[in-house]
Write a protein that binds this ligand. Structure first.
Ligand code: GN1
Length: 386
C-alpha cells in the first residue's frame, strides 16, 4: 500500500528546535519523530512511501535513506516553492496515481490502526476519507460534521469563536483516490482543508469521515511535543540496557532504555520511563525522574535533578542544577546551581552560566550566552536567526 508523508514545512511554532532541523527530525526517544512514523506505516503495511520535502530536506533524507532499513521503499519529491498541502502532494502525482493512498503529516506521532482506515476507504465510494478524532477543544483543527453514513457535509478550518459546530477534528490523515489529482492545480499554492475539500463538497463529490481511536498528535508546538514524548515513553516495553553499563549502588527502576557505554555514579536514582543515549555520563546523587529522554554524549553532573525533560545530544548540565519539564537542544552547556523551570525550551549551543534561573515557559534562541546569576523571565530571540 502507498503512503505520502508531507515534510516540507518550516515548523516556526517549534522554534528554537527547528533552526537546526525540520520538524519531522525533532527527536522522540532519541530518534527523529519521522522514523517512528515510518516504522508505524511499515507495520501497518504501507511499504511504498513518497515524502515531500522542502525546508532542510537533507536532514530527512539522511535519517531515512531509501527506506531499506525500515523494510519500505522511499522516494522523495522536492518542493521548490511553497505549494500548500495539496499542491505539494500534486507534485508527487507520478508515484501515487495508480491506486488509493494515505496522506499523513511528517510531524504526526500515532499508534492508530491505519490498515482499517484504508480498508474502509477501499470499500466505500468516497474520493477522500478523513480520519476524525473527538477532541474537547478543536479550535486548532479543521472540524467536520458527518451523517450516520459517515458522509461529511460540513468542514471548517480553524473555527472561530461561535463557529464550533462539531468536536470532530480532522487529524490531517487522508485516504485518497487518485482522482483527487484532477482537482488540484499544478505548481500553485493549494490546500486540502481550505481549497480541495470545499471544492469537492461544492460539486457534490463524496468525502467521508472515519472516527479513529488511539494516540495521535501532530507535533505542532512544544506542548504537543512533550505530550507525544510522554506517551511514547509510556509505551516502553520494559528495561533494555546495552553493553558496558557502569553504576555503583544507585537505584534503577524501569522501564528504561539505555544505550551503550553509559555510566551512573553512586547514590543516584533513575526512575523510568527513561531513555538514555550512548556515552552519557551521570554523576553522584543525581535524580533522573520519570518521562525523561537524554541523548548521546551528555554529562549530567553531581547533585542535579532532571524531571520530565528532553535533553538532546552533547549537552552538559553542571553540579546542583535542575531541569523540570524542559527541552534542551544539542551542544548546550548549563553551569552549576542553575534551574530550568517547567516548560522552558533551550535552543542549541546556548551557554547558561552558573547560578542562573530560566523561568517557566521561556524559550532561548541558539548560541545565546546567559550571564552568571541571571533571572530570565522572557523569551530571548536572536534576530540573526529570524
Ligand atoms: C489547512 C490544513 O490542512 N489544516 C489541517 C492541518 O492543520 P495545520 O495547522 O496546518 O497543522 O492539520 C490539522 C491536523 O493536524 C488539521 O486538523 C487541519 O485541518
Amino acid at each position: 500500500m502507498k503512503a505520502c508523508i508531507m515534510c516540507g514545512g518550516e515548523g516556526t511554532r517549534l522554534r528554537p528546535l527547528t533552526f537546526d532541523r525540520p520538524k519531522p527530525s525533532i527527536p522522540i526517544m532519541n530518534k527523529p519523530s519521522v522514523v517512528h512514523l515510518i516504522e508505524h506505516l511499515a507495520k501497518e503495511g504501507f511499504n511504498e512511501i513518497v515524502i515531500t520535502i522542502g525546508y532542510m530536506a537533507e536532514k530527512i533524507e539522511e535519517s531515512l535513506g531509501d527506506g531499506r532499513m525500515f523494510g519500505v521503499h522511499i522516494d522523495y519529491v522536492y518542493e521548490e516553492t511553497k505549494l500548500g498541502t495539496a499542491g505539494s502532494v500534486k507534485n508527487a502525482e507520478e508515484y501515487l496515481k495508480d491506486e488509493p493512498f494515505i496522506i499523513v503529516g511528517g510531524d504526526h506521532v500515532m499508534d492508530l490502526n491505519l490498515r482499517n482506515m484504508y480498508r474502509y476507504h477501499e470499500t466505500n465510494d468516497a474520493m477522500v476519507t478523513i480520519g476524525l478524532m473527538s477532541i474537547d477543544d478543536p479550535r486548532e483543527f479543521g472540524i467536520a460534521d458527518m451523517d450516520v453514513n459517515n458522509r461529511i457535509h460540513r468542514f471548517l478550518e480553524k473555527p472561530g469563536p461561535g463557529e464550533i459546530f462539531s468536536n470532530l477534528a480532522s487529524t490531517g490523515i487522508y485516504m485518497c483516490c487518485p482522482e483527487i489529482f484532477d482537482w488540484i492545480p499544478e505548481n500553485q499554492q493549494y490546500d486540502f482543508a481550505k481549497d480541495l475539500f470545499p471544492a469537492l463538497m461544492n460539486d457534490d463529490r463524496k468525502i467521508n469521515g472515519m472516527l479513529v481511536r488511539g494516540h495521535w498528535t501532530d507535533v505542532g508546538s512544544a506542548h504537543a511535543y512533550r505530550e507525544a514524548q510522554r506517551w511514547m515513553l509510556e509505551s516502553l516495553p520494559g528495561t533494555s540496557i546495552e553493553g558496558n553499563f557502569k553504576t555503583k549502588n544507585s537505584r534503577i527502576v524501569g522501564p528504561l532504555k539505555i544505550g551503550n557505554n553509559v555510566s551512573v555514579g553512586s547514590n543516584s536514582a533513575l526512575v523510568g520511563p527513561i531513555v538514555i543515549g550512548e556515552n552519557t555520563t551521570i554523576g553522584n546523587n543525581v535524580l533522573i525522574g520519570p518521562y525523561t529522554a537524554i541523548g548521546s554524549n551528555c554529562v549530567i553532573k553531581d547533585n542535579s535533578r532532571i524531571l520530565s525533560s528532553y535533553i538532546f545530544n552533547d549537552v552538559t548540565i553542571g553540579n546542583n542544577s535542575n531541569a523540570s519539564g524542559s527541552i534542551i537542544d544539542n551542544n548546550t552547556v548549563i553551569g552549576k546551581n542553575c534551574s530550568m523551570e517547567n516548560g522552558t525550551v533551550i535552543g542549541p549551543r546556548v551557554n547558561i552560566n552558573d547560578d542562573s534561573t530560566i523561568h517557566s515557559d521561556v524559550k532561548i534562541w541558539p548560541e545565546i550566552n546567559i550571564k552568571a546569576g541571571s533571572r530570565i523571565k522572557e523569551t530571548i530571540i536572536d534576530p540573526e536567526f529570524e
